[in-house]
Design a protein around this ligand. Sequence first.
Ligand code: NAD
Length: 439
Amino acid sequence: MHHPAPEQPAHAVARLRATFRTGRTKPTDWRTAQLRGLRAMLTEHDTELTAALHADLGKSAYEAYRTEIDFTIREIDHTLDHLDAWLRPEPAPVPPHLGEATAWTQYDPLGVVLVIAPWNYPAQLLLAPMVGALASGNAVVAKPSELAPATSAVLARLLPRYLDTDAVAVVEGGVPETTALLAERFDHIFYTGNGTVGRIVMAAAARHLTPVTLELGGKSPVFVDRDADPATVAERLVAGKFLNAGQTCVAPDYVLTDPETARALEPALTRAVEKLYGATPETSDAYGRIVNERHFDRLTGLLGSGRVVVGGGSDRATKYIAPTVLADVAPESPVMQEEIFGPILPLVTVAGLDEAIAFINDRDKPLALYAFTGSGTTRRRLAAETSSGGLGFGLPLAHLTVSDLPFGGVGESGMGNYHGRYSIETFSHRKAVLEKPLV
Ligand code: NAD
């Protein structure tokens, strides 16, 4: 079979820029046609995508559907439902000294944008930003993650069949290819991944004065109050933490609670793990695998950071790490020094709410903060006295699925946000227009 040589980044960008200049991507009809194309790709090739996600991450069909395919379809449908309303120019009152005049804002597409995706939700995190970029009328260069090679290959093959190839290009590859892409001038760069590469992206963007959205990660804490029912907390925590084997940017990273509550949580967490994945999670179809050996070795190195409550086992050959809870974890231990990004949940004890708030504020601003508490005062204090990308009471991860909430970090967890109408803000320029009659 003949494989054409991959398109060079400079060529792809020039080609897309020429298309953008014709104005073809601006009409709403073009935008909605692209979104419908994406939707058709997802519904017609869900089996292929599911197989690729399983090959890359051992993702179950259920998880693939819920967190990647259907998640993106819902983002598309929400955008199709509201796009006209979101794009409507917004009138602004004119000050009296201008006399008879009108003013408004309108959303202009930015031009050619670059979307760089990570491996952990390799379909959703490439496609959901593309939904916003295309809905805003941009041409898009999409760079899937080389660490999820099966998904990257499927997307590179399918996307051109469903989208306007003069305005959308998929560039596969790793560091050399991304470095070459970053040398080009884009009108916006949307990067999801770790903060080290985030800095590389931002430095490259600065050379062209290109604005960036950085969707990064970090340690997302969970505060558990003494009044919260341990069984409920444990079931919700386990479901959020061990989804995708813990490789979720907004996964609960560690638990902060008082010693007594920690003791009550230990058996509850053990039961919750068994309830979800059975006594032998390695045989459960629902449980995923670690993306590669490097991350496997990094994670097994963290298993010694505390007393094993449940789990602790691993198998390098299949990149399996058991859903693990560690108790008596010291803040100085290795597992508390980096984003875990795997199926290990440390329990760290504090005296109470004041100490928990200080603990959170002593560290990088998290992408998400979660709390289980029946106290309205505690919820209000956490909301007012801490800073995080998002805040979830009573249920981890779920704020991400609310289409009308912005999703993004703050400080070390990133800058900018997207989803729904916030994607239009990110991928458009809000232009100020004044019109004064000549006579
Ligand atoms: P990754 O290794 O797949 O890297 C992300 C992208 O950066 C890839 O496309 C990769 O090709 C590119 N890249 C890697 N090295 C590069 C370099 N030197 N120069 C230019 N580009 C380079 O994914 P990752 O970074 O391991 O992803 C995990 C991290 O992402 C975690 O910290 C996680 O919390 C974060 N994350 C954040 C979100 C979010 O929405 N905020 C979502 C998922 C993951």
